[in-house]
Design a protein around this ligand. Structure first.
Ligand code: WQD
Length: 346
């Protein structure tokens, strides 16, 4: 029995993290999750085991607590790489609590980068975001697009974390890195056992849609239909969360097989297809058969008008392609919302 390569996943009980743990296990990796459960539930570990038949190791640790993090590297010797999801990620909240965002998002990464060389960890996959591009001048947006001044402290922490990793590697740190710039992750695992479970009132579009469809929210507000787009509503690149999770597995194997052409590589992880808010609302109704109560409301401050990826580099270099249709993805989001109701979680 060959020993499995061990991967540490920070934030592994979260939305994208949990789906990535499933895909890592499916690909034959051994997974250790650290999560402080500030925005997720420990029961997600049970759901992952239900899906894959294999229980990942779990340690309730805050990545800001360097001593506890150190103990994890000691207890689980031989961690070869890290996927770092653990971060605060609400754009609006980051405007209200910038110091918490800078402390949490930068401090956690700095602890990991400090500890990696001490424990022979070869590489890190960092959860970044298309938000680093702001409103691109040219669409679709490629990895060569200029980084614009962030519109929120959250977006700024992603830009700064990318720079921290670049500078650490440039200084000679014996590690490599892959930065994955996500577009808009949506949907849930086809089993309906894991998915997005935002705290409180959802900020993001799709959980607000499914909670409205479930009757938890009264009505969806479409934030503006007077933008310079075909139907006036904002355009985004909505990517299925399982497709996104698989991109992380490609990134991990690229690091471990030492296929990287540079010590730090950047990939846009999107479908390459732009969809407006109204198109997505209508696609939800068509694919689930559930009527949605919505109204057109005023614009939301800070919204980018339109952004979608040019995924060519991820397709050709990472060997990854988005596969799921928007219809199946929205059906999976609805199935998850029904599961939450049936299990009394929401
Ligand atoms: C999408 C569109 C809204 C809610 C942010 C972050 C990004 C990532 C995903 C963390 C916009 C419209 C939304 C609603 C609406 N975050 N909308 N009514 O803002 O593109 O991206 O979340 O990883 O980094 O920047 O996502 O889902 O909030 O909004 O009309 O109730 O839906 O105006 O046009 P966004 P979103």
């Amino acid at each position: 029995m060959t020993l499995k390569d061990k991967i540490l996943v920070t934030g592994g009980t979260g939305f994208i993290g949990s789906h990535t743990v499933v895909e890592l296990q499916n690909a034959g990796y051994e997974v250790v999750i650290v999560d402080n459960l500030s925005n997720s539930r420990e029961e997600v570990v049970d759901s992952i085991e239900q899906i894959t038949g294999e229980r990942p190791s779990f340690e309730k640790v805050d990545c800001l607590d360097k001593e506890s993090l150190k103990k994890v590297f000691e207890e689980y010797a031989g961690i070869r790489a890290i996927i770092h999801f653990a971060a605060s990620k609400a754009v609006g909240e980051s405007v209200q609590k910038p110091l918490m965002y800078y402390r949490n998002n930068l401090g956690s990464l700095l602890n990991l980068l400090d500890l990696m060389p001490q424990y022979g960890v070869e590489g890190i996959v960092f959860s970044s975001s298309c938000t680093v591009y702001g409103q691109p001048d040219v669409l679709p947006v490629t990895e060569r697009a200029p980084i614009k001044k962030a519109e929120s402290p959250y977006g700024n922490t992603k830009q700064i974390c990318e720079a921290i990793i670049q500078d650490d590697v440039k200084s000679g740190a014996p590690i490599s890195a892959i930065l994955l710039r996500y577009f808009n992750p949506i949907g849930a695992h086809p089993s309906g056992l894991i998915g997005e479970l935002p705290n409180g009132v959802p900020q993001n579009l799709v959980p607000f849609i499914t909670q409205t469809a479930m009757g938890i929210r009264e009505q969806l507000s479409v934030f503006g239909d007077d933008y310079d787009t075909p139907d006036g509503s904002c355009i985004r690149d909505y990517i299925n969360v399982v497709d996104l999770a698989k991109a992380h597995v490609h990134a991990i194997s690229r690091i471990l097989q030492k296929k990287q052409e540079e010590p730090v590589e950047v990939f846009n992880v999107g479908t390459g297809r732009g969809l407006s808010v109204l198109e997505l609302v209508h696609a939800f109704e068509a694919s689930t058969g559930v009527k949605l109560n919505y109204k057109i409301a005023g614009r939301r401050a800070g919204d980018i008008v339109k952004v979608w990826a040019d995924p060519k580099k991820a397709n050709e270099v990472l060997g990854w392609h988005a596969e799921e249709t928007i219809e199946d993805t929205l059906r999976s989001a609805w199935k998850w919302q029904v599961h939450l109701r049936e299990t009394g979680i929401q």
